[in-house]
Design a protein around this ligand. Structure first.
Ligand code: BGC
Length: 773
């Protein structure tokens, strides 16, 4: 059977629809039983290919003669629906038969109308209050059937579903009855675009590694891996018996099932058996973030088989990193799992609680790592269109996209305009350009970038951004969100909002000047260069003392300022020593939050402080990357201290165990430790900068990255201070190696290296000694 979605391969962007968007008259609104729309039709003879073009308001699954069309999940996907609605395109030649046929489209609330946003203020019906479907089934001779008001509707066995809610399914109601008609909805078909990214798909299921019964007789399953997905099980039992599945990411002390951190997300499924032999169930229109499942069975229902099923828009890896340190290897795996779980249609913060939103800050700090680990080009391009759709009139970029608050600001006013978050509109296109040579994305986003940096300038009307401290006020910033402050009796210095905001103001302005140059827009380039110079000067004046010590003597300030060349040459040495001291004073523990963390190790590497990079990266206490791994984490935590050393769960009000942001350190593993980076002058890896900064304690290291040209591999081993480094480049990639201070007496393929060496396709051996620091 051929169920391949065709949109991605046939470059279809839009089409002329003959059909109407039709809503089921059986529908009673958000949070009630789900409906289907259906039509019985005749086909004299089936001429192939028979193709189905389909979309929906809400989520849909389509069946032709009882067989499911395709295996994509959560279709049509999630976009800022009032701007774009995705459609899918399937070859259904094998499903349509001569004679009588029936097509059924199951509908559910999905992101379109199930409540989104947190707590009691959650917003239902964000983009509309009616579920509906549009479909054209066409053969070579034209339309076979398409949605119109001759279609019927009725209720599904899905009695309730929602993104945070989960799903209630009554198998006794599986015989569908066409009880109602349908109504045509006013709908602008110009909104329909072919699905812009790969469909969400299942990954191989995961069997439990342990299970036990709690005091109330419920079975708890441990699947060993935190995921975004669902539980699938096979059950036998009498009609009316019930299986309830609840989810959790962690166990509290005493292996206590604890999902308080899901906040108001019910995140459960309830399945009522029809008594008809063995039945297999997994939710249709929801997913959860979990490692553990607590199963309550009533009325003699017996689970015969159970697994957890991860789902993702990016199931395939394009990068891997292995070292001699098992905790580091697990950290990389945890990042991969957090990316999978949070790359479900939209790059989200977390997959479990009443949030699961496309936070722009999280996405921008993680974007480069995402591109190392999976092919994220189409995924981010789609996301950027949502970010642009949600951009406010004054240029503010929303805190998350698709933004459920834009059309309903009442409960959540002013959810736009934070530096570090809104900068996603500049940073992500730049990452796509460097990784995929995607110039088109720069063109597409240019105007939105300009509007964003002008917005930030306008907050304080000048180079130093002075954001208001009140959440919701114009220009509010999250600063260096979740920066750890150490012992709260004597907290460590943290970066202040004005410094954090000004740093990012500079980063985006400077990047925009580069982007303008690439696009040949000289006027913009000159304007942004002038502005960047003004910010740089004002920054030094405002935030660096004449001694070279930064006003906010903290890791984030130094890391970002050094990484983006904001420390004047005169202060360089002194500031470097202050940076070193700040890290020593913190006992080599991390002192950075969301925006400082990705910059910390790259800044240390850039400054040649490899000894500090090694100590900070490899220390296992909190706060530190390996602390969570040593606590058994299987995904990246939202907070450095999400769990206390004794296993106590940090306050559950804002504590996710699956937040990819701090996994952004993987970019440094590829670019510094493995020493391969995309070059800005010849992006898309046609040129690869080879510049290894080995951390001896990680030896041996192997890394790979699949690019359009083929596979890039890097591998090194360290004996004493002697490093043997091998890099393999595919045809179409040229490497450039310029020995630095850490590459003493370098030999390339047996020959001493003088100046920059150009590496052609093939494997090259580089031998050098590490300096004694
Ligand atoms: C989210 C984030 C986000 C942050 C910004 C949190 O609730 O989970 O990851 O970036 O809010 O404030």
């Amino acid at each position: 059977m051929n169920f391949q979605p065709m949109a991605a391969s046939d470059n279809l962007v839009s089409r002329d629809w003959t059909s109407d968007m039709i809503a089921p008259l059986s529908d009673r609104g958000q949070g009630t039983a789900a409906s289907f729309v259906a039509k019985t039709f005749n086909c004299d003879c089936v001429e192939t290919p028979a193709e189905l073009f389909i979309s929906a308001l809400g989520l849909y699954r389509c069946f032709i003669n009882g067989k499911r069309v395709g295996n994509d999940l959560l279709t049509p996907g999630w976009t800022s629906y009032d701007h774009r609605l995705a459609f899918q395109h399937y070859d259904v030649s094998d499903l349509v038969k001569p004679g009588q046929n029936r097509i059924e489209i199951w509908l559910a609330d999905g992101w379109y109308r199930s409540p989104l946003m947190w707590g009691q203020k959650a917003i239902p019906n964000c983009w509309g209050d009616q579920t509906a479907a549009i479909a054209d089934l066409v053969g070579p001779n034209g339309v076979i059937v398409s949605t119109d008001t001759t279609w019927q509707s009725g209720l599904l066995p899905i009695r309730k579903s929602g993104i945070y809610f989960g799903e209630i399914y009554d198998a006794r109601e599986e015989k569908l009855a066409d009880t109602h008609g349908t109504v045509r909805l006013p709908f602008d078909k110009a909104l329909l675009v072919a699905h812009e990214t790969a469909p969400v798909r299942e990954l191989p299921p995961i069997a439990p590694i342990d299970s036990w019964t709690d005091a109330e007789g419920r079975t708890i399953y441990d699947f060993g891996q935190n995921i975004g997905g669902y539980v699938r099980y096979t059950v036998r039992g009498p009609a009316g018996a019930e299986i309830r599945v609840e989810h959790s990411e962690v166990l509290g002390p005493g292996r206590h099932f604890d999902n308080r951190n899901y906040r108001t997300a019910q995140a459960h499924t309830i399945y009522t058996l029809c008594g008809d032999g063995e039945q297999t169930y997994a939710p249709h229109f929801s997913f959860q973030g979990f490692r553990y499942a607590r199963v309550t069975a009533t009325g003699d229902a017996r689970i015969l088989a159970i697994s957890s099923v991860p789902i993702s828009s990016v199931p395939n890896l394009t990068g891997g990193f292995q070292s001699g340190n098992a905790l580091v290897n697990r950290l990389v795996q945890n990042t991969i799992w957090s990316q999978r779980a949070n790359f479900i249609e939209v790059p989200t913060d977390c997959p479990q609680r009443d949030e699961r939103l496309g936070w722009t800050g999280d996405a921008q700090v993680f974007a480069a790592t995402a591109c190392w680990l999976t092919d994220s080009q189409a995924f981010f391009r789609k996301y950027l269109r949502d970010v642009m759709a949600d951009q406010r009139e004054d240029g503010a970029i929303s805190h998350f996209s698709p933004d459920p608050t834009r059309l309903h600001p009442k409960n959540f006013p002013g959810f736009a305009g934070s530096t570090g978050w809104g900068d996603a509109i500049v940073v992500i296109p730049w990452v796509l350009y460097t990784h995929y040579d995607d110039r088109a994305v720069l063109c597409e986003c240019l105007n939105a970038m300009v509007r964003w940096v002008d917005f930030v300038w306008s907050i304080s009307d000048g180079p130093i951004v002075r954001p208001p401290s009140r959440w919701g006020d114009r220009g509010f910033t999250f600063g260096d969100w979740l920066q750890p402050i150490g012992d709260n009796r004597k907290p460590r210095p943290t970066v202040a909002d004005d410094c954090a905001a000004t740093l990012y103001h500079f980063i985006s302005t400077d990047l925009l000047a580069k982007i303008a140059a690439i696009l040949g827009n000289q006027a913009l380039e000159a304007r942004m260069k002038r502005r960047a110079a003004e910010i740089r000067q004002a920054f030094a004046h405002e935030f660096i003392a004449p001694s070279g010590r930064m006003a906010h003597n903290d890791q984030t300030s130094y890391a970002l300022a050094f990484l983006y060349d904001l420390i004047p040459a005169a202060h360089h040495e002194a500031a470097k020593q202050h940076f070193r001291q700040v890290i020593i004073d913190a006992d080599y523990k991390i002192g950075t939050g969301f925006i400082g963390t990705p910059a910390l190790l790259p800044a240390l590497t850039k400054l040649g402080m490899d000894d500090l990079a090694e100590k900070v990266f490899l220390q296992e206490e909190v706060p530190g990357w390996l602390y969570q791994v040593s606590k058994g984490a299987t995904t990246i935590w939202e907070r450095w201290d999400s769990m206390a050393p004794d296993g106590t769960i940090y306050e559950p009000d804002m504590n996710s165990y699956n937040h990819y942001a701090y996994g952004a350190v993987c970019q440094w593993l590829f670019e510094s430790v493995a020493g391969i980076s995309p070059s800005r002058s010849a992006p898309g890896f046609s040129e690869v900068i080879v510049d290894p900064a080995p951390i001896a304690a990680l030896s041996p290291v192997t890394a790979y990255h699949d690019v359009r040209q083929g596979r890039i591999e890097a591998q090194w081993e360290c004996r004493g201070n002697r490093v043997t480094y091998n890099v393999t480049l595919p045809e179409g990639c040229v490497g450039r190696f310029r020995p630095g201070r850490r590459h003493q007496n370098p030999l390339l393929n047996g020959e001493p290296v003088m100046g920059e060496a150009v590496l052609r396709a093939g494997t090259h051996e580089l031998i050098f000694s590490l300096p004694h620091l």
